[in-house]
Design a protein around this ligand. Structure first.
Ligand SMILES: Nc1ncnc2c1ncn2[C@@H]1O[C@H](COP(=O)(O)OP(=O)(O)OP(=O)(O)O)[C@@H](O)[C@H]1O
Ligand SMILES: [Mg+2]
Length: 296
């Protein structure tokens, strides 16, 4: 279990994390979402003890100081900025991270082989990392976090900057880790990934958590209504009877019950040339909470 209590961190005049509290249960997949600069990486750095908070506490399985050896061993950390030795091969990197976490002998060999397979790098295991594509590096970066078989894994944008093939590979492997019962903290800018994977999601901005709930809970609370957009074959006979915005043959209806409304409109004699139903999703929630203004 991970507990963060009222964490604060400033860099000069920048308040990166501003009173953040959360509890992550064992076996939970927890998504930390937010625009660039929201404070996600700074939060993760404090959770793993890479940064000391200005104030507030972090407890991992009830213990303070995540850098203590017994706590550290429970954590797998895949940093946002890829952290590999370019001159070493894939296997040498994995062995190094394994040894750093006290693996040796047969277990080190076994876990290195597992991690090579996890990363999908069997054919390139003896190639130096500097010859790898971005996707291969990202996969290896994650595998290095897992080589010592940690029960708690923190992944900071594990699918950033890779092609759809690598993203899919990584995503399926993360799903397998979830099914395996690991506790996962996960940041991403891909809303559909978080929607598919996370038990709960925190949306943060400017160092604070704006909302924290299951995806369904967030959508219900902050997603707004579904939108029906239709192009009609001909203007309706009685336009006033239609409860929506009608512009010639274009119809827009906002509703909590889109399917029932479509059925009712068809019942009322409307005939649709095209019909689209936009249901609110995590991206709708994200934009509604954090706004549409650019952040750079
Ligand atoms: N070491 C540092 N020195 C100065 N400012 C920093 C430092 N680390 C982070 N910041 C600032 O703190 C704020 C939060 O940064 P952080 O990297 O935690 O955001 P993030 O949510 O991870 O963003 P991204 O989505 O771009 O990775 C930003 O304004 C950033 O510029
Ligand atoms: Mg970050």
């Amino acid at each position: 279990m991970i507990e963060a209590k009222d964490l604060r961190k400033t860099f000069g005049t920048t308040v990166a994390v501003d009173g953040l509290s959360l509890t992550i249960e064992p076996g939970e997949v927890f998504g930390l979402l937010g625009p660039n600069g929201a404070g996600k990486t700074t939060t993760i750095h404090m959770l793993i003890g890479a940064l000391s908070p200005d104030s507030g506490d972090v407890l991992i399985d009830g213990k303070a100081d995540p850098t203590r050896a017994d706590v550290r061993k429970k954590l797998g950390i895949a940093p946002q900025s890829i952290s590999l030795y370019d001159e070493l091969t894939a296997e040498e990197n994995l062995r190094f991270f394994g040894k750093m976490n006290d693996l040796s002998g047969g277990l080190l060999k076994e876990r290195t082989a597992w991690a090579i397979e996890f990363a999908g790098l069997a054919e390139r295991r003896r190639s130096r990392v500097k010859t790898f594509s971005g996707g291969m590096k990202r996969r290896l970066n994650l595998a290095c976090a897992l080589v010592h078989d940690p029960p708690i894994i923190l992944m900071d944008e594990p699918t950033a900057g890779v092609d759809p093939q690598s993203r899919n590979h990584i995503f399926e492997r993360i799903e397998a880790l979830k099914n395996d019962g690991r506790t996962i903290v996960y940041t991403t800018h891909y809303m559909e990934e978080a929607q598919r994977l996370c038990d709960r999601v925190a949306i943060m901005d400017r160092g604070r958590i704006l909302a924290l709930d299951t995806v369904a809970g967030l959508i219900a609370a902050h997603g707004g209504q579904s939108v029906i957009e239709a192009e009609l074959d001909r203007p309706p006979d009685d336009a006033d009877a239609i409860d929506g915005v009608l512009d010639g043959t274009s119809l827009r209806v906002e509703t909590d019950r889109p399917l029932e409304r479509v059925a009712a409109l068809a019942e009322a004699g409307l005939s649709f040339r095209t019909l689209q139903v936009h249901q609110p999703d995590l991206e709708t929630v994200f934009l509604s909470l954090t706004g549409r203004r650019l952040r750079d």
